[in-house]
Design a protein around this ligand. Structure first.
Ligand SMILES: [Ca+2]
Ligand SMILES: [Ca+2]
Ligand SMILES: [Ca+2]
Length: 174
């Protein structure tokens, strides 16, 4: 559902290569409470009136990104880097209003995403989320909201729990 089968198969091949690399690094990376230097976000925004969208700058070393058509919607993918490492990504999908949160590096650390939406002049808190931290290189969680079409979505990125160490944000239209 996230992407056509061909792309998923290709991504699976890439992922197993990435998994081997990361497994070799586990022994050398100690646990960290937060990134010493905050992760740096890189944004990619798509008007979903013109989707389905994939490929190009929606390609990444993990599973790639596929945005479905959603009238009036605006999708956004935020890639997160720590130095040269691709440590995670967050995607807002206007179709069915889903937020995908990925942790893509076994570095003993993760980040937190607080999601909000604004409708009829009022901002609503949807909660704060993070991907599970397992031994898999790519961990992700998907939040399936049900938001009014056209409402504004903003998500806030924090390096530490409790909404501490803010380092960026992302946005979209439901
Ligand atoms: Ca929608
Ligand atoms: Ca991590
Ligand atoms: Ca992991």
């Amino acid at each position: 559902m996230k992407k056509p089968n061909g792309i998923a198969r290709r991504a699976a091949g890439l992922l197993s290569g990435a998994a081997l690399t990361a497994t070799a690094l586990i022994g050398t990376s100690g646990p960290a409470q937060a990134y010493g230097t905050n992760p740096v976000p890189d944004h990619f925004t798509y008007d979903t009136d013109t989707c389905p969208c994939s490929g190009g700058n929606l390609t990444d070393p993990f599973d790639g990104t596929y945005f479905e058509y959603d009238a009036g919607g605006r999708a956004q993918k935020v890639e997160l880097y720590s130095g040269d490492w691709f440590i995670g990504k967050v995607e807002f999908h206007p179709s069915s209003e889903k937020l995908w949160i990925y942790d893509t590096r076994n570095d003993g650390d993760t980040f937190y995403v607080k999601a909000t939406y604004r409708h009829n002049g009022t901002t609503h808190d949807l909660g704060t989320f993070s991907a599970p931290g397992t031994s898999a290189v790519m961990d992700y969680t998907v939040k399936d909201f049900d938001l009014p079409e056209g409402s504004g979505v903003i998500f806030w990125l924090y390096d530490e729990s409790g909404e501490r160490d803010y380092f960026g944000s992302g946005s979209g239209i439901a």
